[in-house]
Ligand binder design. Structure first.
Ligand code: SF4
Length: 227
């Protein structure tokens, strides 16, 4: 078990510093070439790997161009085009409906406020945060996906269980200039080392400050259960 810094703010700063050094090129892994493609890719990425989404969108983005094309696509046709993605039927519905709203209410442009984005079908705070950050250069919060959720708890940055309260706590302790990068660093470290089932604590740059470190710690704070 590592020894965390005394305050959560100090712990958060140390985590950011070390992960930045370990992953200097950390960034979003979804592929897109404009805001609409970004929005669609993020909707598709819920409960699905970015790798799978990137495979599927390569063809999708060639077939459909602009919000009218998605809004006017028959449901069965769009669902078929997405059928290797989890929940593809629902996601096709969300995309058609969101694009209809974008055409009718926003002149074909992806909106740039949290309220407008979260009013679109299939768009929650997490999706909206990604679109604001990477599509509009607006950083209003911290994207909390499954990796951020797990690592924040393991590292003692929060005791909260659900994404929105975790985000609120992280916004208090992660320096504002790192709100966007914090997510990508957690994702990279969560994929490379601090995996859900079998984290490689012996080879982790955070081991000495991590209260869940497996050495002689009994508890995985992510699940609050014994290792
Ligand atoms: S890999 Fe182990 S030591 Fe590193 S952050 Fe995850 S639980 Fe902590």
């Amino acid at each position: 078990m590592g020894t965390p810094h005394e305050t959560r703010s100090e712990q958060a700063e140390a985590v950011v510093d070390r992960l930045e050094e370990a992953y200097p090129d950390s960034t979003i892994s979804l592929r897109y070439s404009d805001r609409l493609e970004l929005l669609i890719a993020v909707i598709l990425s819920a409960q699905c790997t970015d790798e799978r989404v990137n495979q599927e969108t390569e063809q999708l983005f060639e077939t459909y161009d602009g919000p009218e094309a998605y809004a006017n696509a028959p449901q069965a046709e769009l669902a078929e085009a997405l059928n290797s993605i989890t929940y593809y039927n629902n996601k096709a519905k969300y995309i058609r409906s969101a694009c209809e709203t974008i055409v009718e209410e926003y002149d074909g442009e992806v909106p740039d406020t949290m309220d407008e984005l979260t009013d679109l079908s299939g768009v929650g705070r997490k999706t909206a945060n990604v679109v604001l950050q990477h599509g509009h250069d607006v950083v209003e919060g911290i994207v909390v996906d499954t990796h951020v959720q797990r690592l924040s708890r393991r590292l003692g940055l929060t005791d909260e269980e659900y994404p929105e309260p975790i985000e609120q706590e992280l916004m208090e302790i992660v320096p504002e200039g790192y709100w966007q990068q914090f997510t990508h660093l957690c994702i990279d470290h969560g994929r490379a080392t601090c995996t859900a089932r079998n984290p490689d604590c012996a080879d982790c740059v955070l081991a000495d400050i991590c209260p869940s470190e497996k050495g002689d710690s009994e508890v995985d704070l992510a699940a609050d259960e014994p290792w």
